[in-house]
Design a protein around this ligand. Structure first.
Ligand code: ADP
Ligand code: MG
Length: 260
């Protein structure tokens, strides 16, 4: 009986996308030089328990699409839903990690991470507890009182990740999260994130990751969307069949963990 309930739950989550973008278009007004069509009829689905890569050239509109999914901009046309509900503004279901970390230099690690919860009106003692747990999870234990300038690039991006995860989003959007890091630092952070994901310790359901690095996409993702340029749109999709970390996570395991 219990097993039937679990498999039913898994079937449902597999069939309905968490994020759905339909026919999304974005045009930027360029003043005297007219307008620039950046996205044209972009369709995209993000399902639970997957890491999806968005692979495309610089300037093809990947960050624009991510911002639209996060509710930071409203697309000129088309619609984006989260769990079937229209995305109309920033919301705690979807968190973003930026390439440039986007930390406040005058705040400590702990304060930067707690900030993610302030907008949600979480009480200060609870904020602290959750921020410390996120900092610990992401491997920054002991650096709570440090300022961003005292940290390496890799550690700063860990702060960016902790700040995103602390709100317990369902979906994590990462915009070229490793491209400002040196090769070895990027490799360490990628491995650490995949370990957390495979162990079911990332408090999220799915990841959409923008990258222009094909090796990184193959290593990290279950599915890769190839993004064409001028204008930006999804032109191909590739399923990664290697038994690599992203698709090793058994959804039944996650369901069991959630039910505990
Ligand atoms: P990518 O992330 O793939 O490099 P972006 O989404 O950042 O691409 O940018 C796509 C195009 O849209 C670029 O030509 C960029 O200059 C332009 N663009 C991005 N944001 C704006 C904006 N707020 N106003 C005007 N043009 C923009
Ligand atoms: Mg970009």
């Amino acid at each position: 009986m219990e097993n039937a309930a679990i498999s039913q739950k898994i079937d449902i989550t597999r069939n309905s996308p968490l994020v759905q973008a339909r026919q999304v278009c974005q045009t930027y007004d360029k003043g005297a030089s007219g307008s620039l069509v950046v996205l044209e009829n972009v369709d995209l689905q993000l399902y639970p328990n997957e890491i999806v890569g968005l692979l495309g050239r610089s300037g093809s509109g990947k960050s624009t699409l991510l911002r639209a999914i996060a509710g930071l901009i409203r697309p000129s046309k088309g619609d984006i839903t989260f769990n079937g509900r229209p995305v109309v503004g920033p919301n705690s279901d979807v968190a973003v990690v930026f390439q440039s970390f986007a930390l406040f230099p005058w705040l400590t690690v702990l304060q930067n991470v707690e900030l993610g919860l302030e907008a949600q009106g979480v009480a200060s003692s609870e904020r602290r507890k959750r921020a410390l747990a996120a900092i610990d999870l992401i491997g920054l234990d002991g650096f709570e009182s440090a300022y961003p300038k005292e940290l390496s690039g890799g550690m700063r991006q860990r702060v960016g990740l902790a700040r995103a995860l602390v709100v317990r989003p369902k979906v994590l959007l990462m915009d070229e999260p490793f491209s400002a890091l040196d090769v070895l630092t990027a490799e360490t952070l990628r491995t650490d994130l995949l370990d957390l994901w495979c162990e079911g310790r990332m408090p999220i359901e799915s990841v959409l990751m923008v990258t222009h690095n094909i090796e990184e996409a193959v290593l990290m993702c279950d599915r890769i969307l190839i993004f064409g340029s001028n204008p930006g749109r999804v032109i191909a999709e590739m399923k990664v069949d290697l038994p690599q970390p992203g698709n090793r996570l058994d959804p039944a395991f996650r369901t069991l963990v959630e039910d505990i």
